[in-house]
Design a protein around this ligand. Structure first.
Ligand code: NAD
Ligand code: UDP
Length: 310
């Protein structure tokens, strides 16, 4: 298969490119390098089945491909809030351009959607039939609403033009190749612990998230694209739920760091809890995560430890 991965030089995208190449596919990695790095895919550049294109998904592009994985979009709040207008353009115009391409070349296309479509959820754990509780005018809206519109576009291209779509809703995912200054909680805590800096908990640390290790997530992507039973949306995440205080303590324990925990103001609209119900992924894809938080954190700590020594 010839696969296009938008956002392919980013954290998840680079792992996906690697996995697709290992399975013998041709891979075109498309990225504008906003939060992605050439370094994430440098080791793939000698592979004759790999091609790199600098391009912005808000502009149309014509390519001959069989599969499209649409991941282009900054995922960390500090990055997606840096230029919120560009963030929403990336989600909405990016979806239109990639769906147009899929329609034209009859490619199967997967959207990397997010648990943020559930907003600050009133249903817990979140099931795919929950419509969410999203503020349309807050500081997270450029991301949350952009992703919601993208889902709408995917469903409408499917109903109206019969485009072969798949939608996965990704819950907080972590692992090697996150940026040290990415701003998301796992990378922040690990980098702070390794440098002996204060661990910054926003709010009182009682808010919860459910963290999925990257390899488990990529397996979910692959299974979703391989099957013909369901188009989604399907939750892909690890149901293990932790408070931010528990996460901080786990990181301190695993690194043996003497860092102090400090409390900083909670950003606006920060969801209080989040945990996926993965019954659908289990029954339709035979998928469930295999790597518990502690094991995934160990691997991620090793990665950042090496990176910070460079
Ligand atoms: P990331 O920021 O590392 O990767 C995003 C990639 O998209 C980067 O390489 C960036 O340069 C590229 N990009 C951004 N805007 C672009 C544009 N206009 N044109 C072309 N490329 C562009 O983030 P990630 O964690 O790898 O996330 C990948 C996808 O998965 C995103 O769509 C994100 O919304 C989704 N997602 C991730 C998580 C998670 O926890 N990691 C959770 C939910 C959803
Ligand atoms: N968070 C924190 N300290 C940090 C970064 C984030 O306490 O240094 C909190 C943040 O307020 C949120 C949770 O950790 O409640 C997860 O944040 P992240 O940005 O990783 O993901 P998201 O909020 O998008 O799920």
């Amino acid at each position: 298969m010839r696969c296009l991965v938008t956002g392919g030089a980013g954290f998840l995208g680079s792992h996906l490119c690697e996995r697709l190449l290992n399975e013998g596919n041709e891979v075109i990695c498309l990225d504008n390098y906003f939060t992605g790095r050439m370094a994430n895919v440098n080791h793939l550049r000698d592979n004759r089945n790999f091609e790199l294109i600098r391009h912005d998904v808000t502009e149309p592009i014509l390519l001959e491909v069989d599969r499209i994985f649409n991941l282009a979009c900054p995922a960390s709040p500090i990055h997606y809030q840096y230029n919120p207008v560009k963030t929403i353009k990336t989600s909405v115009m990016g979806a239109i351009n990639m769906l147009g391409l899929a329609k034209r070349v009859k490619a199967r296309i997967l959207q990397a959607s997010t648990s943020e479509v559930y907003g600050d959820p009133a249903v817990h754990p979140q099931t795919e039939d929950y419509w969410g509780n999203v503020n349309p005018i807050g500081i997270r809206s450029c991301y949350d609403e952009g992703k919601r519109v993208a889902e709408t576009l995917f469903m409408d291209y499917h109903r109206q033009n019969n485009v072969d779509i798949r939608i996965v809703r990704i819950f907080n995912t972590y692992g090697p190749r996150m940026l040290p200054n990415d701003g998301r909680v796992v990378s922040n805590f690990i980098v702070q612990a390794l440098k002996g800096e204060d661990i910054t908990i926003y709010g009182d640390g009682s808010q919860t998230r459910s963290f999925c290790y990257v390899d488990d997530l990529i397996e979910g992507f692959i299974r979703m694209m391989r099957q013909d039973k369901i188009i989604g949306p399907v939750n892909i995440g690890n149901p293990g739920e932790f408070t931010m205080l528990e996460l901080a303590k786990e990181v301190l324990d695993l690194t043996g760091s003497k860092s102090k925990i400090v409390y900083q103001p909670l950003p606006g609209d920060d969801p209080k809890m989040r945990r996926p119900n993965i019954d659908l992924a289990k029954s339709a894809l035979g998928w469930e995560p295999t790597i518990p938080l502690r094991k995934g954190l160990e691997k991620t700590i090793c990665y950042f430890d090496e990176l910070l020594k460079k």
